[in-house]
Design a binder for this molecule. Structure first.
Ligand SMILES: Cc1cc2nc3c(=O)[nH]c(=O)nc-3n(C[C@H](O)[C@H](O)[C@H](O)COP(=O)(O)OP(=O)(O)OC[C@H]3O[C@@H](n4cnc5c(N)ncnc54)[C@H](O)[C@@H]3O)c2cc1C
Length: 393
């Protein structure tokens, strides 16, 4: 006699939740994912769209850098056609930047990130709009992706494998009794109805909102929402991803996206991820610093400015700007960390590491449920993003 598969409820329809729905569906579990807005409407749909090589983090955050280069390679394999394989250039403009060159090359090598040092003339031949006073540049395997469409491929494939994806359904409370989570109370914003969804395990994949979801189970999660401002200007001012060759800082990144150039980003910390704002001084800094890398930024017309919050793991403290917190990710089995059963959180990480985050979290979920099923997401080529809308469900 066959018994019904274990049921997992995922809270949050960003890249992390989508990749987890895909992983668990492939392992044969029953999956429901609820997202309070449209799929990818949180941080996922608002980032630069940089497929990180990991070079940005190699010097100060090698664990995150290694995750990025590994996932960069896997994503190119399982999401063919989703990336502009344009590479990135780290550009030295000052003597201080030049002091960063050797440690940067050494750290990239230690993390397995290929680099190609270029002379100023070679860099300008590749990117004629670069600041002509540059002193050196290093080519790395960064790339541009569509921040929404790449994750949508995980949702499309999860759906095709039986996962239930429910946008506009918000978790308003968790069902908790005797420190056991058994599901969630949800509100459907389309019908206005409230109801309950029961599950064997509830996974909190709510990104910068994961602290709020955890509090519904009486859990104090060590994460900080850390927003950053992004500015899009009209015109494709570069074809490669351009970064300053120095410690990650404000406004040191330009990502070409279709006919636009996206300038980023800043970093501060907040308590409420729904209340970020777009500080005008940050917008100014993005434009000023961007113009140091590519002088044409100063004359470009502004298309949009917005902000999004990172879910950074590691601190509940007040003082951080967020830059000092690692970009790596963490899975919390709240039975181990807080004595609360049936509840797991996956948070932190990057858009680039969504698949690895899902694998680590699915391993924890399966171990909790006593399910012995291998992860298959490294090899499974994903459906195109259009399949999310066209499968007739
Ligand atoms: C400024 C900035 C730039 C970045 N640039 C890059 C980049 O170029 N490349 C890269 O790889 N990474 C980048 N990142 C990091 C990346 O954006 C995030 O790591 C990633 O998007 C997080 O995805 P997530 O699914 O964990 O969170 P989210 O995408 O935020 O998903 C969480 C979801 O939970 C939903 N939710 C919240 N509360 C509830 C509830 N009660 N009920 C139901 N649903 C709920 C939210 O609506 C949201 O959609 C950037 C981050 C920032 C802030």
């Amino acid at each position: 006699m066959s018994s019904a598969p274990a049921h997992v409820l995922i809270v949050g329809g960003g890249g992390t939740g989508g990749a987890l729905a895909h992983d668990l569906a492939l392992r044969g579990l029953a999956v429901t994912l609820v997202e309070r807005g449209e799929i990818t409407s949180g941080t996922t749909g608002r980032h630069h769209g940089l497929l990180h090589s990991g070079a940005r983090y190699a010097v100060r955050d090698p664990a995150s850098a290694v995750e990025c280069i590994q996932e960069n390679r896997i994503l190119r394999r399982i999401c063919p056609g989703s990336f502009e394989e344009n590479d990135g250039l780290f550009v030295a403009l000052t003597e201080e930047d030049m002091e960063y060159l050797e440690p940067f090359l050494e750290a990239c090598a230690a993390c397995g990130i290929p680099t190609q040092p270029l002379t100023p003339a070679e860099a300008l031949a590749l990117e004629p709009n670069l600041n002509p006073d540059l002193k050196a540049a290093v080519r790395v395997p960064d790339a541009t992706m569509d921040a929404m469409r790449m994750p949508l491929r995980f949702f499309a494939t999860a759906k095709a494998n039986g996962a239930r994806i429910l946008p506009y359904v918000e978790v308003v409370d968790l069902l908790v009794r005797d420190r056991v989570v058994s599901g969630a109370r949800v509100r459907d914003h389309v019908t206005g109805r409230e109801g309950e969804i029961r599950a064997d395990v509830v996974v909190n994949a709510a990104g910068p909102w994961s602290g709020k979801i955890a509090r519904m189970a009486g859990v104090d999660l060590p994460i900080r929402p850390s927003p950053g401002v992004l500015v899009a200007v009209r015109g494709r001012l570069c074809n490669m991803v351009l970064s300053r060759l120095h410690r990650p800082g404000d406004g040191d990144l330009i990502v070409p996206q279709r006919g636009l150039s996206v300038l980023g980003t800043s970093s501060w910390t907040v308590h409420d991820p729904d209340d970020l704002g777009v500080p005008e001084d940050h917008v100014r800094t993005m434009c000023e610093e961007g113009a140091r890398l590519v002088p044409a930024v100063a004359r470009a017309e502004r298309r949009a400015a917005w902000s999004a919050a990172r879910p950074l793991v590691g601190s509940r403290g007040e003082a951080e700007t967020g830059r000092e917190l690692s970009r790596t990710f963490k899975t919390f089995d709240h039975r181990e960390s807080d004595g609360v059963e049936g509840f797991v959180t996956i948070t932190g990480g990057k858009g680039t590491t969504l698949r690895a985050m899902a694998e680590a979290c699915a391993d924890v979920v399966c171990a909790k449920l006593g399910i012995d099923a291998e992860c298959r997401t490294r090899e499974t080529v994903l459906l195109p993003h259009t399949a999310y809308y066209t499968d007739g469900r």
